[in-house]
Design a protein around this ligand. Structure first.
Ligand code: FAD
Length: 413
């Protein structure tokens, strides 16, 4: 069995893969150009989303499309150049969001989500990161009865099919939990199972330290080239070359470019997002992570302050930041909760690595013996990193994975 493995990318996904491989006795080097957990896995909303058993579909109803079209909404924005360069994957994403195809995608996706907490738990314990993780769930806020009722129908189905736990809160119960939210909300769904992380990047770092404690090696270097040799793989980095029996690509939004150079085509596209931290005005407290569901942003009481995270911006990975979506969300958020001053000099920008059928790729790269992929976790990579690591390590060691991995194969496109 090959045991000398290089993992490329130290976000939540790559660190979790490396952690599981080290635990299974591989000699693992984890390579990243930055410290672990400094990119997408740093700036997210920090929710380990046990409730997210349905992946994020492309809006298909005419009302939403017309609403989004003028490009002034809080939840979705687009840059025309980004739409053009990702046109193929976006069209597929739109087709996959239709009812028939979406119905087939959900059970596969849910098979991962349902295992997210049992996969995080041993990693939290081994890394001593309990103080970063809060239990008690989060609140999805509603402004209209109609939208809340529609969501409750889904919530009940998700409870029956996938064991999602929730409580419906009327306005009185909601304001008892969050007295500083502005009046006018009709109620909320309290997702009671999810765990919230007060510093997502710090959790990834804690997992990386735990990986090192198991004998793993973290290498701070930029990956320049990956070459298949007669006996395995050579990874050329800014700090020198590494020889490996097996290589795992887990470079999140940057994976596509590297894989294309290796002759592996994946239709990965990105949905960018932003965050900013704020103080709270006049001693107001936010007790829970809350989502303004009908506007499309979240507020999270993090270590660094109250973090506002935005919805999706369809734009090229590397195009310059565009802060109008954050400004629009901030304007609404200030009316919802008494936010004080901005705490960061610049907004943070990140990119969700997305696949057109909403499912990640977890498994071998087609036709490339010893090359593996763990990419494309979209809106829930922080949630799904550990379960991905566990399943991929099982596959790499020839064990039967805990779930059917067929829906996540790379050759499905
Ligand atoms: C605003 C926002 C909110 C979100 N909220 C949540 C949430 O609440 N819950 C949830 O589950 N998910 C959430 N997500 C999604 C989640 O953050 C991502 O799915 C996840 O972080 C992806 O992890 P990753 O390890 O694949 O990628 P990353 O964390 O981006 O890691 C990829 C790594 O590859 C490295 N890399 C790239 N190129 C190279 C190179 N050439 N050489 C060396 N290293 C390289 C990078 O430095 C980086 O560290 C959110 C995302 C956004 C943007």
């Amino acid at each position: 069995m090959s045991r000398n493995t290089v993992v490329l990318g130290a976000g939540m996904v790559g660190v979790s893969v490396a952690w599981h491989l080290a635990r299974q006795g591989h000699s693992v080097t984890l390579v990243d150009r930055r410290e672990p957990g400094r990119e997408t896995s740093f700036g997210n909303a920090g929710i380990i989303q046990r409730e997210a058993v349905r992946p994020y579909a492309f809006p298909r109803d005419l009302g939403t499309l017309l609403r989004v079209m003028p490009n002034r909404e809080v939840d979705i924005r687009y840059r025309p150049t980004g739409m053009v360069s990702a046109a193929g994957p976006l069209l597929q994403y739109w087709l996959n969001s239709g009812p028939t195809r979406y119905r087939q995608i959900v059970p596969a996706w849910a098979s991962l989500i349902m295992r997210c907490q049992e996969a995080h738990a041993p990693m939290i314990e081994a890394s001593g990161a309990q103080e970063l993780v809060r239990q008690g769930g989060w609140l999805e806020l509603y402004r209209t009865r109609k939208a809340l009722d529609e969501r409750l129908v889904e919530a009940r189905e998700n409870h029956e099919r996938y064991g999602v736990e929730f409580e419906e809160l009327d306005a009185e119960a909601l304001y008892a939990k969050e007295p500083h939210l502005a009046k006018g909300l009709v109620g909320a769904i309290h997702w009671t199972q999810p765990w919230m992380v007060a510093d997502p990047g710090a959790l990834v770092q804690a997992y990386a330290r735990s990986f090192e404690a198991q004998g793993g090696h973290v290498m701070l270097a930029s990956v320049e080239e990956v070459i298949q040799t007669g006996t395995g793989w050579r990874v050329v980095t800014s700090e020198g070359a590494l020889e490996a029996d097996q290589v795992v690509v887990a470079m999140g939004p940057w994976s596509r470019e590297l894989l294309e150079r290796l002759g592996v085509s994946v239709p990965l596209f990105v949905k960018r997002g932003y965050h900013m931290h704020y103080s709270a005005e006049g001693g107001a407290a936010l007790n829970h992570w809350v989502m303004d569901a009908e506007k499309g942003f979240l507020l999270e009481p993090m270590r660094a302050g109250i973090r506002l995270t935005t919805g999706a911006e369809l734009a090229d990975l590397d195009s310059p930041p565009q802060y109008r979506q954050l400004a629009a969300a901030e304007k609404v958020a200030r009316k919802l909760f008494p936010l004080g001053k901005r705490r960061d000099s610049q907004p943070w920008k990140g990119a969700r690595p997305c696949m057109p059928d909403m499912k990640p790729v977890i498994g071998p790269a087609p036709g490339k013996e010893g090359l593996w992929m763990a990419i494309g976790h979209g809106h829930q990579g922080f949630t799904l990193g550990p379960v991905t690591g566990k399943l991929l390590a099982q596959m790499m060691d020839g064990e039967t994975p805990d779930v059917d991995m067929t829906p996540f194969r790379a050759d499905r496109f």
